[in-house]
Write a protein that binds this ligand. Sequence first.
Ligand code: KG4
Ligand code: ZN
Length: 368
Amino acid sequence: MWQFALKEVMEQLILGIETSCDETAAAIIGDNGHIYASQISSQISEHQRHGGVVPEIAARAHIDRIEGVIKAALAEANITKDQISAIAATAGPGLIGGVLVGTVVAKAMAAALSVPYYAVNHLEGHALTARLTNGVRFPYLLLLVSGGHTQILAVEAPAQYRLYGATLDDAAGEAFDKSAKALGLPMPGGPNIEHLAKSGDASRFDLPRPMIKKPGCDLSFSGLKTAVIKAWQETGEDAKQKSDLAAALQAAISDCLYYRSRAAMQNFRADFDIDTPDFVVAGGVAANQTIRERLKELCVFEGFSFHAPPIHLCTDNAVMIAWVAAEYQHAGLSPSGRDFAPLPRWPLASLTPDMTVQHTSHHMDNAS
Ligand code: KG4
Ligand code: ZN
């Protein structure tokens, strides 16, 4: 009996692995959400001179770094690999070469240690992080804004999503990254635009706010990037104008996210009868202070409660991947078998069995 009780309270340690883009990351968390280790090795210096993430360079860099990153996580947590009770790795969406590296390492370790393996959807990692960091309860409205995805969804449970809107072309992060590149700023585009925007005057350029007057909650960012490039060429690429343009771009993206989230709030209220519903912004672009502030204002205005994970858990990390496994365990969902094939495209709403009745067609699903 006491053995049973001991087992009941014993914390399970989960190793998370993230390799879907240009960060090789490993983390160890308890199934209660305690973070014991989070290691992130950024490859940015290897991609910088190419002006973007080069898939083959990324895959090779993951191979070079993954073992060291996992060992560093074990050392940081002060545990041995035998103490791990489950392994979770990003199995998509993302750059497939990197995803293969992470999943193969995770499966091999899970087989050697005889522990379960979880094939995690990277977007679900972003989607559920606020439950770990802010204790947000289901259901909530989620604005997921990353380098490859921009979606607004109701999060009802692990593996249960209702899609309200998504970008029809570029993701918000892509609009930041591609515009930064056009302005001659180095990677990472988003943080560099944010930094430059601090000294800029957003009102100097009148950039478009695509889609905001249309019905529904879909977004579009490719026209914005084109407008930035055009304005930059017309100004004669003047240094002062660069910061004004950065500020104008940030303001335009913030506005688009503001108005489309606002539209989604009506959908959420129609679907769920909650007095003060929760609104979560997650993904790399959620690291942007101006965007956070704008969305906070929106929440006050619409009677939602605002949540955003801390900045270091908005951008890619392995804590969020391990946390998805913990959520699945708590929800009684079985781990995927080791035969799960990694997916370069893997829409979040497809995790929900009856997704076909829950979202409209024509939503882009770019790689991570
Ligand atoms: O979630 P994430 O780390 O990786 C993906 O899953 O894509 O998001 C990366 C994206 C990039 O486009 C990056 O420029 C953007 O997030 N980002 C930002 C900021 N920090 C990262 N965008 C605007 N402001 C930031 N501070
Ligand atoms: Zn991400």
